[in-house]
Structures are given as C-alpha cells and as structure tokens.
Design a protein around this ligand. Structure first.
Ligand code: NAP
Length: 230
C-alpha cells in the first residue's frame, strides 16, 4: 500500500523550475503561494530531494496561522511531516527543514555514513532504505505504514523523475508563471532520462491563478514501475 502522491511544481513557460545556477527563483505569485500553503495544510507529509534542500534551504512549514489552527482543530499537528530523500546523508545539521516546528523524516540508503546518521538522529527520524539510492517504493510503503495517506512532493527535478519512474505519482500540478527562463542546463519539471514511451497524463483542470496558469493532471500510465505498488 502507498499514500496518494502528488507533485506540485512552479515552472516557467519553457518548463524550467530554476535557472542554470540552480538558485531558488520566484516563479509563483502571491495567489499561488496561498494555494501551495493550502495544499501543504491538507497533506500528511511534504517531500523534497536533497538537491532542493541544498539549493533552497526550505522550511516546508504551513505559513498561514489560520491554516495551522485549522489543522490543530482537526487533531493534526500544526505542520505536516517533512520528508527528505537523501541517500548519502548530506543534509547539513543546520538545514531549516530540521527545525523544531515540525517532525522530519530523512530517508537515506545503505551508502550513508553511520556517524552522520547517528548525529542526524538527534534532530530527525532516519530510515535506511535502498542500497545506493533511496528505494522510493519502500519509502512510500514505510510512510503508509506510518499512517501517512497524502504526500505532497515539492521537487526537485530529479526526485520528480525518480517517483514517476517508479510509478508512484498519482497527480501532478504545474503552475506556469509568466516568464521564460531558458538555459539548456536549467532544471526542468522532470529531469533524468526520457521516458519511452512518455508518461501519459489526463487533464483534470486548467485555471488562471494570478499572472499564471495552474494545470492539474492525473497520471494515466505507470508502466515504468520496477515493482507495482497499489
Ligand atoms: P532534487 O530533485 O531536490 O534532489 C535530487 C537528489 O535526491 C538526487 O540527486 C539524489 O541525491 C537524491 N535521491 C536519493 N534517492 C533518489 C531516488 N531514488 N530518485 C531520485 N533522487 C534521489 O534535486 P534537483 O534535481 O537538483 O532539483 C533542485 C532544483 O530544483 C533547485 O534548483 C531548486 O531550486 C529547484 N526546485 C524548484 C521548484 C519549483 O517548484 N520551481 C521546487 C523544488 C525545487 P543523493 O544520491 O545524494 O541522495
């Protein structure tokens, strides 16, 4: 069993999620930030790859006090659990995602240094899943066993690819901001290598949000999965 998994990403019209320097770019507008905050508040866990932690140092908490109160009223913690996918346990001890406002799970693989894992255990729950890279199928199974039913993936390009490749993504929401970033080496919504055949999507909705467009898609074909997981 796995949780419902959706990717939410902000992209330029040319499909880039950052520029070639991989620094964090403001692609969304205020209206979209509010939408993303609501999605976080409605999720049990928010997941990112270590590349995003190193590039953006996100906190991944619910920003609106009203939404945090709404969660508490429903018997939930103020913030969803944060999940970082980090095979080699490279996460810096002062990363903001390890801050005390919310629980954090760091998924590492067997190549991670044992001393680093032990030090990290003082600040986060650490799970070891996979030989070289984190086994994403096993991670989703683990999260489901942990009671997590709804996972919001907030990037980046490589994690998005890994999850799609394993057939783990149910829906993908792409907000197109009013810009073109360009750059052949800039990260895109999904990096990695091309899917053959491409992953088939079904359009759920299209909506104008602020100065951009929000498109919601359901993943139809999941034939790339190494292992099937329902
Ligand atoms: P990423 O996707 O955040 O993290 C990728 C890393 O996760 C991999 O390099 C790998 O590092 C680790 N990983 C472990 N197991 C994996 C697995 N099974 N499959 C895939 N990855 C696995 O990093 P990124 O691709 O460099 O993306 C970061 C960029 O995206 C930044 O520029 C950031 O600003 C941008 N971003 C944009 C948005 C947006 O919405 N616009 C959102 C998020 C990020 P190890 O092998 O070391 O574990």
């Amino acid at each position: 069993m796995k949780p419902f998994v959706f990717i939410n990403v902000a992209s330029s019209v040319d499909g880039k999620i950052s520029d070639e320097s991989r620094r964090q770019l403001r692609i969304s507008c205020e209206e979209d930030f509010r939408r993303v905050d609501e999605l976080r508040a409605e999720s049990d866990a928010v997941m990112v790859g270590i590349g995003t932690v190193l590039a953006d140092d996100p906190r991944l908490t619910v920003k609106s006090e009203e939404l945090r109160r709404w969660r508490v009223k429903r018997g939930l913690p103020e913030n969803p659990i944060r999940v970082v996918v980090d095979s080699r346990c490279r996460i810096p001890p002062n990363a903001r995602v390890l801050g005390g406002e919310a629980e954090t799970i760091v998924a590492v693989s067997r190549v991670a240094d044992r001393n680093r894992i032990e030090r990290l255990r003082e600040r986060a729950e650490v799970v070891v899943l996979g030989e070289n890279r984190v086994d994403l199928v096993a991670l989703m199974r683990y999260l489901h066993e942990r009671g997590i039913r709804r996972v919001m993936v907030e990037g980046g390009a490589t994690l998005n690819y890994g999850l799609l490749k394993e057939g783990l993504v149910d829906e993908i929401y792409v907000y197109y901001g009013n810009m073109i970033i360009g750059g052949a080496k800039a990260p895109t919504v999904v990096d990695g290598t091309s899917f053959d055949p491409p992953v088939e999507l079904e359009l759920i909705s299209v909506e104008r949000v602020g100065r951009g467009v929000l498109t919601k898609w359901r993943v139809v074909s999941r034939r790339f999965g190494r292992r099937k997981i329902s």
